[in-house]
Design a protein around this ligand. Structure first.
Ligand SMILES: NC(=O)c1ccc[n+]([C@@H]2O[C@H](COP(=O)([O-])OP(=O)(O)OC[C@H]3O[C@@H](n4cnc5c(N)ncnc54)[C@H](O)[C@@H]3O)[C@@H](O)[C@H]2O)c1
Length: 335
């Protein structure tokens, strides 16, 4: 959508609401409202972090909309990282059966993944994205200018999701690093849009975007119960390592792909303090057993035959899954 069209959508809204967090608000809220041509808005500012992607904050948004008598022509602008776009998208898509929302991602991870594709959601009872909807934003506005204030650890977290597209679709994205990532933002977003277009409801080919995420979500959920929570992209980075290990064992993937990734993983995890020394695979396996992609109690993985050739719905024996987790926790020296 061009800027003039965006201005028109904002002007047409009966009321504009903005959801953002306490880190992003002082840096970018007024500037964003200015260039969106928004003259008045109701701003909802929440604390930052994954723990905020919860029912309480969903209720806070619903309540604010209700108190301001928002009708179905009201517009919600989600300004922030994946936590904000997931949470805001979920609240908007369920309020009065759905009001329009625009995602303005301010993290790298948001720009290449979370803000695109219409998956919304919140965490519930300790499980990631347990409640959610499929709801497409009216628009996703990408502006790398926001990345000028993003902490390095968050940037690295976004690089993991970009590398995911390297493994599943375009090997060029495996070259992405801290210095060149700007060159690959559009390509990564293009891949996500293409995959979503072909399978909007995650019934088949879209599942490849879960490469590394089955392990990753379980590791992330576990880490959120510790004093050293990992960022989403960091957990996914570990998850991709485990998925590559499984791919070597189960699908004959060239072991050099795994070896070369393990070197990059050190950089991706350079901001991590580590998981507690007593971390065991058992509680992580418990989270795996709740994965949304499971069928008949069986955990299913996206694995690679080769780089760029993913296969999905692969069932793997429990002992192998445990081995993969042990491998990655040890090799990444994360505990
Ligand atoms: N819906 C999807 O398809 C999808 C895909 C991938 C990830 N996700 C979700 O995205 C979430 C992770 O997103 P994230 O990594 O963007 O995390 P995040 O939203 O928690 O943002 C990371 C941190 O950076 C801060 N921040 C954001 N923009 C900033 C900026 N420009 N300058 C300074 N600080 C800034 C935030 O306040 C926060 O502390 C997870 O909940 C994950 O499940 C969703």
């Amino acid at each position: 959508m061009r800027l003039e069209e965006l201005h028109q959508k904002v002007a047409e809204a009966s009321q504009v609401f903005v959801l953002t967090d306490e880190n992003v608000a002082p840096l970018w809220l007024s500037e964003t409202l200015h260039w969106l041509g928004c003259k008045s808005s109701v701003d909802i500012v929440i604390a930052p972090g994954e723990q905020q992607k919860n029912l309480k904050n969903t209720q806070k948004i619903w309540r604010t909309l209700t108190q301001h008598q928002a009708d179905r022509s009201a517009l919600l602008i989600n300004l922030g990282g994946g936590v904000i776009t997931d949470l805001g998208g979920f609240a908007a898509s369920t309020y009065k059966r759905g009001i329009p929302f625009i995602n303005v991602p301010t993290t790298l991870l948001g720009m290449v993944d979370a803000a695109i594709g219409g998956k919304t959601g919140i965490d519930f009872d300790g499980f990631k994205n347990q409640l959610g909807t499929f709801a497409e934003p009216l628009d996703v506005v990408i502006s790398p200018i926001y990345l000028s204030t993003l902490p390095e650890r968050e940037l690295l977290s976004g690089l993991s999701e970009m590398m995911k597209y390297g493994f599943t679709h375009d090997p060029n994205l495996l070259k992405v690093n801290k210095d060149n990532y700007q060159d690959y933002i559009l390509r990564a977003g293009e891949i996500k849009r293409m995959v979503v277009k072909n399978d909007p409801f995650d019934e088949g080919s879209r599942k490849v975007l879960n490469f590394g995420h089955t392990f990753g979500h379980a590791i992330e959920s576990y880490s959120l119960t510790t004093k050293q929570p990992l960022l989403h992209g960091e957990a996914v980075a570990l998850g991709m390592g485990a998925a590559l290990w499984l791919s070597v064992k189960e699908r004959g993937l060239d072991v050099e792909v795994l070896q070369s990734y393990m070197k990059q993983l050190t950089v991706l995890l350079s901001g991590v303090d580590g998981l507690p020394a007593e971390t065991d695979v058992k509680p992580i396996l418990k989270y795996l057993s709740q994965d949304k992609k499971n069928k008949n109690g069986q955990t299913r993985f996206v694995l690679l035959d080769r780089v760029g050739s993913p296969v999905w719905d692969v069932e793997v024996k429990l002992a192998r899954i445990e081995e993969a987790l042990e491998y990655i926790l040890d090799k990444a020296s994360i505990r």
